[in-house]
Design a binder for this molecule. Structure first.
Ligand code: FMN
Length: 99
């Protein structure tokens, strides 16, 4: 297995191992781009499964950047609370998540 399951520092992130879940579009956000409970549960499962770093699926930072339904929206302050909740839930399972 080599170093795959060893800790690593990536910038200011400390990852428990070197496995990364690459960005893959889930289409599980609501119309406003807020993560749904289903999506948060999926990320919790990945964290529980010992993935070192979870990269979220398809995200947009301005409304015209949304190409497909269900993308993660970082375009408005109204989404901050749900995004924070998503991160906290992943952290509670020992995971690290990045957009
Ligand atoms: C089904 C599928 C969905 C993907 N969704 C996203 C996505 O939402 N956002 C993104 O940036 N990349 C997306 N990708 C790209 C992957 O994150 C990854 O960069 C790509 O598969 C290349 O990985 P590889 O070099 O390990 O083959 C997707 C890839 C696949 C196969």
């Amino acid at each position: 297995m080599g170093k795959l399951l060893e800790k690593i520092e990536l910038g200011n992130l400390e990852l428990k191992n070197r496995t990364i879940r690459s960005a893959t579009w889930e289409g599980m956000c609501d119309k406003e781009g807020k993560p749904t409970e289903r999506l948060i549960e999926l990320y919790e499962e990945l964290a529980q499964g010992e993935v070192g770093l979870i990269i979220t699926g398809y995200a947009y930072v301005s409304p015209e950047g949304q190409q497909l339904p269900g993308m993660l929206g970082l375009h408005q302050d109204e989404n901050i609370e749900s995004l924070q909740r998503m991160v906290e839930r992943v952290k509670a399972k020992g995971g690290v998540i990045a957009v």
